[in-house]
Design a protein around this ligand. Structure first.
Ligand SMILES: NC(=O)c1ccc[n+]([C@@H]2O[C@H](COP(=O)([O-])OP(=O)(O)OC[C@H]3O[C@@H](n4cnc5c(N)ncnc54)[C@H](OP(=O)(O)O)[C@@H]3O)[C@@H](O)[C@H]2O)c1
Length: 170
């Protein structure tokens, strides 16, 4: 985000260790622990001037907090709702959708498979940064096809730190 012009970058993570890692290792300006208290309050404290751009993979309280903190003409790319995949009833949040009208905000679904045409552009942009280490791609690797289910359930519990992947062959 910073490479593309963001002045301040804020993240959310499930443990203090992960939040500290976002700041110390991955270059975030601030990060809060979403299990420590209301997300809206924590986001407002971390971004007191509001936010212009959000990438949300969580849904529910995170999406509601993002809409609440959005500045005028802000944009939200909504890519996932991991807080809701196991829900037995429809989610209660976000309750503040009308804020988008008042702010002329934009909430747009994002599915990576719809953007294959941008793959070359992405690779040209990211590859030098990955080589130089200005962008990092941490992985949490589980070994073996037999452990796919363990890795999946662990990912839902937040046991992974980097992106959860399973190596099924060398
Ligand atoms: N739109 C697309 O094209 C696309 C493609 C791939 C994935 N996704 C979405 O992206 C999200 C992440 O998937 P991934 O495969 O990349 O997983 P991942 O980043 O490897 O790990 C998922 C992380 O989500 C966090 N989490 C779990 N339950 C949560 C909750 N209730 N509230 C907040 N955070 C929670 C955990 O971290 P903490 O311990 O920090 O909470 C966990 O480590 C999912 O919503 C997935 O559906 C979207």
């Amino acid at each position: 985000a910073r490479l593309l012009g963001a002045r301040r970058v804020v993240g959310s993570a499930g443990t203090r260790a992960k939040a500290d890692w976002l700041v110390a290792e991955l270059g975030f300006d601030a990060a809060f622990v979403h299990r420590d208290g209301p997300v809206a309050e924590q986001l407002a404290a971390a971004a007191p001037d509001g936010v212009d751009v959000v990438v949300d993979n969580v849904g529910g309280d995170h999406l509601e907090a993002a809409i609440g903190a959005l500045r005028e003409r802000g944009r939200i790319a909504w890519a996932g709702a991991i807080s809701q995949y196991n829900a037995a009833s429809p989610p209660a949040a976000p309750r503040n959708l009308f804020d988008l009208v008042e702010k002329s905000g934009r909430l747009e679904g994002f599915l990576v498979s719809r953007h294959r045409d941008a793959q070359g552009e992405l690779e040209a942009f990211l590859t030098p940064h990955l080589r130089q280490g200005t962008v990092r791609d941490p992985l949490t690797v589980t070994e073996g096809f037999d452990h796919v289910v363990d890795a999946f359930l662990g990912m839902l519990r937040g046991a992974n730190t980097g992106k959860a992947v399973v190596r099924v062959a060398s």
